[in-house]
Design a protein around this ligand. Structure first.
Ligand code: TEU
Ligand code: CA
Length: 542
């Protein structure tokens, strides 16, 4: 196989991915809920960016206890989103536009309304009992917590079932070969339709220690580190690869929640036949203290994450780069500056970072418009089940402090509907939207944000045109600097330099001689790096 700079060339290494949260993307029929036809109508917006792959968050039949991450029927489309025919039409249109489509594989757990669970809970002699993880007794089987707060067990009839997320998301028993067979079948169902791969929800959680040992107090602060390290994760992923994935030209990206950097190569080393890539959480964990509290962070620590990643992976592993998704706040509000003065500049700066960093970049809907966090004021405004559980667990006390923290960390910021134009509901829906519309939707939307959108499109085109940005070596030139993030991407025959000023102050810093500016977010060059300035240079003589 062809290699570049020691890496095997693969289409998904060269791709830029755009994530859609269908519920909040575009509503085509006025019922207030985004849908598949809505995505089809907005395909030119996505195609215009030049992205290669669309990742669709769950589109399956679901009672929406966790907005589709609780699946009732893996072979049906959520009624509000449309029909299987709409899916086929969307897939065909995505392919016709020269893009690929990956879907969300949520198989650590199902909905409690999935037919398997409906059967399973009927009693210990039901043939589906062992599709889930049940324990008998009067007491909780162990001290495991749900990621969404509270115990990870729920009493049902004469047993307890395990749910690492909401109690309406029972965990499948992957130790049962029948369960694994069902998962492989449903994967083939979608692959045979032509989907181009999967994003795999909390995939490292699929294997549980059958002894179900209690966690130590230290482990309880980060239960994901235990859940992600069951005894058979690698066996099951290798089996999935052998049985299913190896037979298709597809990409996979696992959500590696709870997986340390040191553990990551075991999941993605291309010689092992497991996953192509994973989402490693270090960069989005940078502002999180235990318990989901926001904490301040320093640029030095942020930069160190990218260097550590680069050093942890050899030529057989391929990283991802992401700062946003449906579980995270908006990039400009979190890492940038969402004030009117610097919102656009900082959105562009992060576009340059994401698209010049080593690893496949994943963008989230609205990043290309520099969308900002929602200014929540009351607990009643939130939709996320996690927020509601956490609030209840706190005894529903001290709302102001709780909401202030959620304004920093909530997943709901990303789930506010997209803003398309300055019309009613920001052009998202002609009906009553299922969720809040951003107060600035009339001013910050796809019509008014052309400069940000165009900057993303230019950066994506540059990434496609310059192998150094994909396969090139990475080195951080200013790891200790408070404000500047300056790095090289180098490959035989080409050296590129990225200079980012992550601050609202002008900062000394000028590129070396014999460089040519390829793109910046200000007009021309100045002797200083201006607030939130981003520049990409090429060395004239590499
Ligand atoms: O996320 C796993 C998960 O627990 C994240 O919500 C994580 O805790 C968070 O990003 C930390 O900041 C996946 C899905 O992405 C999420 O939407 C689902 O709610 C969850 O699994 C359950 O399916
Ligand atoms: Ca709709």
């Amino acid at each position: 196989m062809e290699t570049i700079n020691g890496y095997t060339r693969r289409w998904w290494k060269e791709a830029v991915v755009y994530q859609i949260y269908p519920r909040s993307f575009h509503d085509s029929n006025g019922d207030g809920i985004g849908d598949l036809r809505g995505i089809l109508e907005k395909l030119p917006h996505i195609q215009g960016l030049g992205v290669d792959v669309i990742w669709l968050s769950p589109h399956f039949d679901s009672p929406n206890a966790d907005n589709g991450y609780d699946i009732r029927d893996y072979r049906k489309v959520m009624a509000e989103f449309g029909t299987l025919q709409d899916f086929d039409d969307l897939l065909a249109a995505v392919h016709a536009a020269g893009m690929r489509l990956i879907i969300d594989l949520v198989v650590n757990h199902t909905s409690d309304e999935h037919a398997w669970f409906v059967e399973s809970r009927k009693g210990s002699d039901n043939p589906y009992r062992d599709y889930y993880i049940w324990r008998d007794g009067d007491e909780l089987p162990n001290n495991w917590p749900s990621i969404f707060t509270g115990p990870a067990w729920k009493k049902d009839g004469d047993g307890w079932f395990l749910h690492l997320f909401a109690d309406r998301q029972p965990d499948l028993n992957w130790d049962n070969p029948a369960v694994r067979g069902e998962v492989y079948d449903l994967m083939r169902f979608w692959l045979d339709k032509g989907v181009d791969g999967f994003r795999m929800d909390v995939i490292p959680f699929i294997s549980k220690d059958p002894a179900l040992p209690d966690m130590s107090d230290a482990a309880l602060a980060r239960p994901q580190d235990i859940y992600a390290n069951g005894p058979h994760v690698h066996d099951y992923l290798q089996e999935m690869h052998r049985e299913v994935l190896a037979h298709y030209d597809v990409m996979t990206v696992g959500e590696a929640f709870g997986v340390s950097l040191a553990q990551t190569p075991a999941l993605i080393d291309e010689r092992r036949g497991e996953l192509d890539m994973v989402f490693q959480f270090d960069a989005v964990d940078i502002d999180r203290a235990p318990g989901g509290q926001w904490k301040p962070w320093r640029l030095q620590d942020f930069k160190a994450i990218f260097t550590r990643h680069d050093q942890a992976f050899d030529r057989h592993c391929w990283p991802t780069v992401f700062l946003s998704n449906h579980d995270n706040p908006r990039i400009v509000s979190r890492y940038g500056d969402d004030s009117p003065e610097f919102r656009e500049k900082s959105a562009m700066l992060f576009a340059m970072l994401l698209l010049t960093m080593k690893g496949t970049p994943f963008l989230y809907q609205g990043d290309e418009l520099g969308l900002t966090n929602y200014p929540f004021e009351h607990i009643a405004q939130f939709d996320d089940i996690w927020v509601k559980n956490a609030w209840r667990a706190l005894g529903a006390k001290n709302e102001a402090a709780f909401v202030a923290n959620q304004n920093r960390v909530s997943r709901d910021h990303a789930r506010i509907p997209m803003a398309w134009d300055s019309g009613v509901n920001g052009g998202f829906s002609t009906g009553k939207p299922w969720f809040l519309i951003h107060p600035e939707a009339r001013s910050i939307n796809a019509e008014t944000q052309k400069p940000v959108y165009d900057f993303f499109a230019r950066m994506i085109a540059l990434r496609h045109a310059h192998p150094a940005l994909v396969y090139g070596d990475y080195s951080d030139l200013e790891p200790g600097h408070d404000h500047l993030f300056v790095y090289l991407r180098q490959i035989e025959g080409e050296s590129l330099l990225v200079m980012l000023n992550r601050s609202s102050e002008a900062t000394d810093g000028f590129p070396p001689d014999f460089t040519t500016l390829m793109l910046g977010n200000y007009d021309g060059e100045a002797l200083q790096m201006r607030p939130w300035e981003a520049r990409l240079y090429r060395f004239d003589k590499p």
